[in-house]
Design a binder for this molecule. Structure first.
Ligand code: KG4
Ligand code: ZN
Length: 407
């Protein structure tokens, strides 16, 4: 089965084309493009939904063209749109005139690619951003007559950890380097998933792929949000996570410590919930105190605080995962979300898994942050929920992970 994944929930415009084969437990990544909008949002210190929406509208056609080119599926061939098709897509793109003209400039000039299903992120995320992707997916599904599946972004983050690069055989003329094994059938369920991203911090019991129960989550800021807000307090550009992480590593290698310890909020609470706003506020107060005399923080103070803040978040995450693994007697931990790109947190979770004899499944680093390969995988696992081409879909700003029926 060939699945086109489309992801526009936040500030990455991403499209991926995969081939899956259940009988061979394999996935081939035929094309995978991620266009990050970081440079556009960085001057504002965060992601602006309306700006993200405009950028997605601008990027979707070039990103699609790049993915199809990688898959050797961008083949020139004239297919003029019928009057009815023109009317339908003009209506779908009522609020995206720029995307409408880009769509009309490319789609009628290329062959319909070999795609059996389009998987589109419908939530959770920034609704204006989600809507552009949904409209785009619907328009493609109508013109190419391909069924659609509505996919959950957080399920995508779990599934990103369930493929592993193998030496495997290619499929037809597909490069064997792009072969991945599907690990879902090797897992002993229930498994425990940790999802840490810019918008979410959740511990999820994975009873089976498609059946999820949230065991704990943040009561205020998400871990990624905490990284980003602390970075802003320290005068570092958006997105702060990778910058804090790099400075924390420098601090460790140079033995630089924070001027004061920072709190580990809720580390000993009896539940599996998190709270990170107190940590963010503690960094703000410490920064104010250290700069009372008028001068800015010194580079060593910034590095020391970055290290202590990363340690504090890591300690809380590991403590909660240990508690969850013991309470639910699982054998496998699955981790996902943009913050899982963080080396320190990854290593700490690896140590926890080793110590407790658990298997740890984590995504390839470049599949940790938002991408469409994970959404194409969500399409693979939810293909029985496929909808007729052009079916109406809705964007969900919040969308719980669980056995939901989204359409
Ligand atoms: O999953 P993701 O790409 O987007 C959302 O769905 O939110 O996650 C983005 C978040 C941002 O907060 C970013 O700062 C954080 O992931 N992040 C990191 C690292 N790389 C990305 N946080 C800490 N260390 C990193 N290396
Ligand atoms: Zn994400």
């Amino acid at each position: 089965m060939n699945i086109l994944g489309i992801e526009t929930s936040c500030d990455e415009t991403a499209i991926s084309l995969i081939k899956t084969d259940d009988a061979r437990n394999s996935v081939w990544v035929l094309g995978n493009t991620v266009h990050s909008q970081i440079d556009v949002h960085a001057p504002y210190g965060g992601v602006y939904p309306e700006l993200a929406k405009r950028e997605h509208a601008k990027n979707l056609i070039p990103v699609l063209a790049q993915t199809l080119t990688q898959a050797r599926a961008l083949i020139p061939e004239s297919h003029p749109l019928t009057q009815t098709q023109n009317e339908v897509i003009a209506q779908i793109f009522t609020y995206e005139p720029e995307l409408l003209s880009a769509f009309k400039a490319l789609i009628p000039t290329i062959q319909k690619p070999d795609v059996d299903l389009i998987s589109i992120t419908v939530g959770p995320g920034l609704t204006p951003a989600l809507w552009v992707g949904i409209n785009f997916a619907r328009a493609l599904s109508i013109i190419w007559d391909i069924p659609l599946v509505a996919s959950n972004h957080m399920e995508g983050h779990i599934l990103a950890a369930l493929i592993k690069k193998t030496q495997g055989e290619g499929a037809g003329d597909i490069d064997a380097n792009n072969t991945y094994a599907l690990l879902d059938s090797d897992i002993a369920y229930p498994a425990l998933a940790l999802l840490i991203s810019g918008g979410h911090t959740q511990i999820v019991l994975v009873e089976a792929i498609g059946s999820y129960k949230i065991l704990g989550q943040t009561r205020d800021d998400a871990v990624g949000e905490c990284f980003d807000k602390i970075a802003r307090t320290l005068g570092l550009p958006y997105p702060g996570g990778p910058k804090i992480s790099a400075l924390a590593e420098e601090a460790r290698s140079q033995d630089i410590k924070s001027p004061e310890p920072l709190p580990r909020p809720m580390i000993s609470s009896n539940d599996l919930d998190f709270s990170f706003s107190g940590l963010k506020t503690a960094v703000l107060y410490l920064t104010k105190k250290l700069t009372e005399g008028g001068g800015p923080l010194t580079p060593d103070q910034i590095k020391g605080i970055a290290r202590e803040a990363e340690d504090a978040m890591t300690d809380v995450i590991v403590a909660k995962m240990r508690k969850a693994a013991e309470a639910h007697n699982v054998a496998t931990i699955i981790v996902g979300g943009g913050v899982i790109a963080n080396t320190h947190i990854r290593k700490a979770l690896e140590s926890l898994a080793n110590e407790c004899g658990l298997a740890l499944l984590s995504p390839q680093i470049d599949h940790s942050t938002d991408n469409a390969l994970m959404m194409a995988l969500a399409g693979h696992f939810n293909r029985d929920k496929a909808l007729a081409p052009g079916s109406p879909l809705k964007a969900y700003g919040t969308l719980p992970i669980g056995p939901t029926s989204i359409s």
